[in-house]
Design a protein around this ligand. Structure first.
Ligand code: 3EB
Length: 319
């Protein structure tokens, strides 16, 4: 345990806010316009706050408050390819976290230019997965069971952008019984598996537990299902979210209702919004109405929609 961090059982409370702009005394924020995504509807910024933050500018911008850390790195493409870029970016993420005393990672957000394009015979998302997994292993981080929650979305152009949240708390990774763990995907989906857990639970202080749900799509086992049918993909995604909530409820006394989740909905085609909104309105009207809606390419070309979520509720993690 690092001396600079508060004790793990009493972290400085962490709060999640959704807002119209990325200003104020925040730990960090997902500012989707700054990330190069097209905003379709809902709040423009998903922010995290843990009191006054210390900021360390640099190639990797790091803010920390009360042991919580939020980092941002944007690396322009330099001709070496996405594997090398991901390896470098993640090397810098881990170097920054190690300098802070290795607070565990809860969540990573990855935004890749032209995610579904292919070069040198390999889709760029799969190139990214190679470099990411290699960097986790090189840094001695859990690349398989125990990896953080994450998402990986595509944007038209620009830098490889990574944001992360780490904290002075134990992180409980969750898997979805309807899906193969992503870190165990077969080589059909690339030479190295993605590095993420389906969700994490973490003590965020003040007697509250956060549930951070990774990007969730229409995947059963390891197969994409309902190609070309965005309504059925949405329903399958909702079934995956429900299964994850049941898993969370088996691991903690915190209770998370589907309709109380803060959702972020990524659509490959903006014109699918009404159809997805209609399916969400049936299953989770409140969550659908409060969602952030973005255009982004999803990491498999047949996937049309991906939904991620977070929520904070009273409760405790098992000791
Ligand atoms: C999937 O379930 C869909 O590579 O970090 C979801 C969440 C997805 C995270 C990642 C990818 C990632 O495989 C894609």
């Amino acid at each position: 345990m690092s001396a600079v961090l508060p004790t793990a059982d009493r972290p400085t409370p962490l709060h999640a806010h959704r807002r119209a702009a990325a200003d104020g005394a925040l730990l960090g924020a997902l500012d989707y316009a700054a990330l190069g995504l097209t905003h379709l509807a809902g709040p423009r910024v998903d922010a995290w706050d843990a009191g006054p933050a210390r900021r360390r500018p640099g190639a990797l911008q790091l803010a920390d408050a009360g042991g919580w850390a939020f980092g941002a790195i944007d690396l322009p493409e330099d001709g070496r390819g996405l594997t090398a870029l991901a390896r470098q970016a993640y090397g810098e993420v881990f170097a920054a976290l190690h300098a802070l005393g290795r607070p565990p990672l809860l969540r990573l957000w990855n935004y890749l230019p032209r995610i579904n394009d292919e070069s040198s015979g390999l889709e760029r998302y799969r190139q990214f997965n190679v470099g990411r997994q290699e960097a986790f292993v090189a840094a001695g981080e859990d690349a398989f069971a125990g990896s953080p929650a994450a998402c990986a979305l595509g944007k038209a152009e620009g830098s490889l952008s990574i944001r992360f949240l780490a904290g002075p708390t134990r992180v409980l990774p969750l898997e979805n019984p309807r899906q193969v763990p992503a870190w165990r995907y077969s080589q059909r989906y690339g030479p190295k598996a993605p590095t993420f857990s389906r969700a994490v639970l973490a003590d965020v202080g003040g007697g509250r537990v956060a549930l951070l749900v990774s990007g969730t799509a229409s995947i059963v086992g390891e197969d994409s299902v309902h190609p070309g049918d965005v309504r059925a993909q949405t329903d399958e995604t909702l079934a995956n979210l429900r299964a994850l909530l049941a898993t969370a409820h088996a691991r903690s006394d915190a209770r998370f209702a589907l309709d109380a989740l803060a959702l972020t909905v990524y659509l490959r085609h903006p014109q699918d919004r009404a159809a997805v909104q209609e399916r969400l309105a049936l299953a989770a009207p409140q969550a659908g109405a409060n969602a952030i809606w973005l255009q982004a390419d999803v990491c498999r070309s047949e996937l049309l929609v991906e939904i991620e979520a977070h929520a904070i509720a009273p409760g405790r993690l098992p000791t």
